[in-house]
Design a protein. Structure first.
Length: 369
């Protein structure tokens, strides 16, 4: 058994955790990131909204992302509430275009930059947590014991550390994505640089190009509706995609379904409180939104930076900083729930279908603060 100590331990090496780690290291903190080793499994691609640009610039990562070979995203199309798709261009906005990301490459770049800035990294997961006077004592699955004054939970939707510390994650829905990675013939890149959303009686489809010529395609519905819609079956999933009005044109150049499907949690959730004495949750561990919002990366970066500021303020004597952070997260999530409800109510063609009926009910109140 080996031991070590640091100012801040970050559990999770995604964008939220690395954003917090970078901000803390650059402020003079001794930071350790504990995160699992990268796997060979493909990662579902993600669109990164233009609003991430100033956050990436603040973190010193904008040039790296621009040069890293991610696919530009000029906007999105949505066949929602009617048959004709509406198009929203991002190019003329204040931040220009966004990106369709290679998530494995994006996450690896964040870890690399955080380590280069001075953060230490241990491969593995945090398994045990205990409070010892003014610090935390943690054990990793490799048997390493680490002491830290502060913890950052960047473990994603499971919010593993926050749960152990008494916080309560609450889910607004059971949204699930059944995703496939489609390879273009010969690796040829397509001509589309926009995402596409198309609603259906059981939910909606999402598709977007990926760097290298691939394409991600996701069927999104509630967990209890997957079996009845046969979306867990690869051939049935592919057949339904072929029967869409708009998505089928995006995949017309592809001859075969994906080799496998991945079933992913995609629902909305919020952890309350998202911070407490000596700890803060960031990214999806604090507030998780559904793919329709297209704000996962932006929220990861923003909450990582905000949590770092709260920790630094607490360290210099502001005992209310972490509580204020938790309240900001709760307010952000309530705002998101209102916007989400408005968007789903715009689709009235299948109001009696279970998926849509659930979303046309009264707006959830969200956590109280």
């Amino acid at each position: 058994m080996t031991t070590g100590s640091c100012d801040v331990l970050v559990a999770g090496g995604g964008p939220a955790g690395c954003a917090a780690a970078l901000a803390l290291v650059r402020a003079g903190g001794d930071v350790v990131i504990v995160s699992p080793a990268a796997t060979a499994d493909w990662q579902v691609g993600e669109s990164c909204a233009p609003a991430a640009r100033p956050l990436l610039e603040r973190l010193g990562l904008l040039d790296r992302v621009v040069l890293d070979g991610h696919e530009p995203c000029y906007g999105f199309q949505a066949a929602w509430g009617g048959d004709a798709p509406a198009e929203v261009s991002q190019v003329l906005g204040p931040h220009g275009a966004g990106w369709h990301l290679d998530r494995a490459r994006f996450d690896a770049a964040f870890l690399e930059v955080a380590e280069a800035a001075g953060a230490s990294r241990h491969t593995g997961r945090v398994r045990g947590i205990g409070r010892r006077e003014d610090h935390w004592q943690l054990t990793t699955d490799a048997g390493r014991v680490l002491r830290a004054r502060y913890l950052v939970d960047a473990t994603g939707r499971p919010a593993r550390l926050a749960r152990r510390l008494g916080a309560t994650p609450s889910r607004s829905d059971r949204l699930t994505a059944v995703a496939g990675l489609l390879a273009a013939p010969g690796g040829a890149a397509g001509s589309e640089h926009t995402s596409l959303v198309e609603s259906t009686p059981w939910g909606w489809w999402y598709t977007a190009p990926l760097p290298g010529g691939g394409q991600v395609l996701m069927a999104i519905t509630d967990a209890d509706l997957v079996a009845g819609t046969h979306l867990h079956d690869r051939d049935a999933w592919w057949a339904q995609a072929q029967r869409t009005r708009h998505v089928r044109h995006r995949i017309a150049h592809l001859d075969a379904p994906p080799r496998q499907l991945r079933v992913l949690a995609a629902g909305s959730s919020h952890t309350w409180p998202a911070a407490g004495r000596g700890w803060a949750a960031v990214g999806d561990a604090a507030t998780a939104t559904d793919p329709l919002a297209a704000r996962g990366i932006v929220m990861a970066l923003a909450t990582g930076l905000d949590a770092a500021r709260a920790i630094l303020a607490d360290r210099t004597g502001d005992s209310r900083a972490l509580t204020a952070y938790a309240r900001r997260i709760a307010a952000l999530h309530r705002e998101y729930l209102r916007a989400q409800a408005t968007q789903y109510r715009r689709e009235q063609r299948w109001a009696a279908a279970p998926f849509w009926h659930r979303r046309h009910r009264a707006l959830p109140a969200g956590p109280s603060t």
